[in-house]
Design a binder for this molecule. Structure first.
Ligand code: KG4
Ligand code: ZN
Length: 332
C-alpha cells in the first residue's frame, strides 16, 4: 500500500510518500520559520495562508521525489488534529479533496500519535516502549503497547519544554525559534554554572512543570550575576535544568513500568544534550534509547504517511466529512 501523508498542524507544510514494501519514498518539509520569526512566534492566520500556498507544491514534490503519480496512490493520510485549527483544516481539506478526486480512501491521523510512532521510520522497535513526546506544544510520557494502544503516564502542568526553550531564547534576545539556538549556544557553556530549579509535582512523579524555571530565568537575567553572565553558560545551565527533568522522569517511567526501551519524539528531541544524556543515563539504567533522526523529530509528514499506511492497511479509514480538532484524546 502506497500512502501520501500531509501535515499542516503548525508552521510546517509537509508531504511524504510511504510504501508498505519500499518504506519511506519521499519526505518534503516546507518551513514557514522565516515568516513567523518576524513576530517572535507562530501567527495562526499567516500559517493558514501559507499552508494554502504551499500544500499542493509540497505534495507534487513528494510525489515526484517518490517517482510516482497521484493515480498510483492507494490512500491519503492527513493530520486531523491537534494543532492550530485553521492550519490543520488546510491540510485536511486538501487531503479530503484529493481522496475524493482520486476515489481513494483517506484516513485522519492524530499529530501526537504520529510523533509517538515516528521511531518506526528508522528502527524496528519491540512493543512495549516508553515514548517521551517533547515539542513546542506538548511534553508527555506514554506507555506504548501496540499500534493501537498508547497510554499517557504524565504530562506537563503548564509550559511545554519547547515553549520554555522558545521563551528563554526570547528573554535572552536570541531570536526564534529558540530551542535550536540555545542548543548550539550551550555547546560552549558550563552547564553546572547556574543551578536553575527543577520542579517536582507532589503526588505526580511523572508530571512536568517548566513555568517556575522560566520565571527563575527572568529574575536571574534582571539582576547580577545574571545580567553580566556569559550567555553560553546561561544557555547551558537552563538547558540542563530542562534536560534533567526530562531524563529523570522518562527513566523513572521506564523503571515503574518495567519497560527497558525509550523512544524520543517531537521537536525538542532534536536537542543534542537531551540525546546524549538520555542515552548515557539510559545505558546506566539498562534502558535502550531510540533516537529518531532530527528530521523525524520535528514536524514532518513521513510520520503521518507511516501511521496512515498502518491504519489503512488494517482496514481503517475516515469519512470525507472527518472534522479537524484542536485537542487530542492523547493529551491529558
Ligand atoms: O515538534 P515540533 O517541530 O512542533 C510542535 O511543537 O509540534 O517542535 C518544535 C519545538 C520548538 O519549541 C523548538 O524550539 C524545539 O522544538 N526545538 C528544539 C530543538 N530543535 C527544535 N528544542 C531544543 N533543542 C533543539 N535542538
Ligand atoms: Zn509536532
Amino acid at each position: 500500500m502506497r500512502v501520501l501523508g500531509i501535515e499542516s498542524s503548525c508552521d510546517e507544510t509537509a508531504a511524504a510518500v510511504y510504501d508498505s514494501g519500499g518504506g519511506l519514498l519521499s519526505n518534503v518539509v516546507t518551513s514557514q520559520t522565516a515568516i513567523h520569526a518576524l513576530y517572535g512566534g507562530v501567527v495562526p492566520e499567516l500559517a493558514s495562508r501559507e499552508h494554502i500556498r504551499t500544500v499542493w507544491p509540497a505534495a507534487e514534490q513528494a510525489l515526484a521525489e517518490a517517482g510516482c503519480d497521484a493515480a498510483s496512490l492507494d490512500g491519503i493520510a492527513a493530520t486531523a488534529g491537534p494543532g492550530l485549527i485553521g492550519a490543520v483544516l488546510v491540510g485536511l481539506s486538501f487531503a479530503r479533496a484529493l481522496a475524493y478526486a482520486l476515489k481513494k480512501p483517506m484516513v485522519g491521523v492524530d499529530h501526537l500519535e504520529a510523533h509517538i510512532y515516528a521511531g518506526f521510520l528508522e528502527h524496528d522497535i519491540p512493543f512495549p516502549y516508553i515514548s517521551l513526546l517533547v515539542s513546542g506544544g506538548h511534553t508527555s510520557l506514554f506507555l506504548v503497547s501496540s499500534w493501537d494502544q498508547a497510554r499517557c503516564l504524565g504530562s506537563t502542568r503548564d509550559d511545554a519544554a519547547g515553549e520554555a526553550f522558545d521563551k528563554a531564547a526570547k528573554m535572552m534576545g536570541l531570536g526564534y525559534p529558540g530551542g535550536a539556538i540555545i542548543d548550539r549556544m550551550a555547546a560552549d557553556g558550563d552547564r553546572a554554572r547556574f543551578p536553575f530549579p527543577r520542579a517536582r509535582i507532589s503526588g505526580a512523579p511523572l508530571d512536568f512543570s517548566f513555568s517556575g524555571l522560566k520565571t527563575a530565568l527572568r529574575t536571574f537575567l534582571e539582576t547580577p550575576p545574571g545580567k553580566i553572565a556569559a550567555q553560553a553558560d546561561v544557555a547551558a545551565s537552563f538547558q540542563e535544568a530542562i534536560v534533567d527533568s526530562l531524563v529523570k522522569r522518562t527513566l523513572a517511567a521506564a523503571k515503574a513500568q518495567g519497560v527497558p526501551r525509550v523512544v524520543l519524539a517531537g521537536g525538542v528531541s532534536a536537542n543534542s544534550r537531551l540525546r546524549d544524556k538520555m542515552t548515557s543515563e539510559g545505558e546506566k539504567a539498562g534502558v535502550r534509547v531510540f533516537l529518531p533522526a532530527r528530521v523525524f523529530c520535528t514536524d514532518n509528514a513521513a510520520m503521518v504517511a507511516l501511521l496512515g499506511e498502518r491504519r489503512l492497511s488494517s482496514g481503517a479509514s475516515s469519512g470525507l466529512d472527518l472534522p479537524a480538532y484542536a485537542s487530542s484524546r492523547f493529551s491529558r
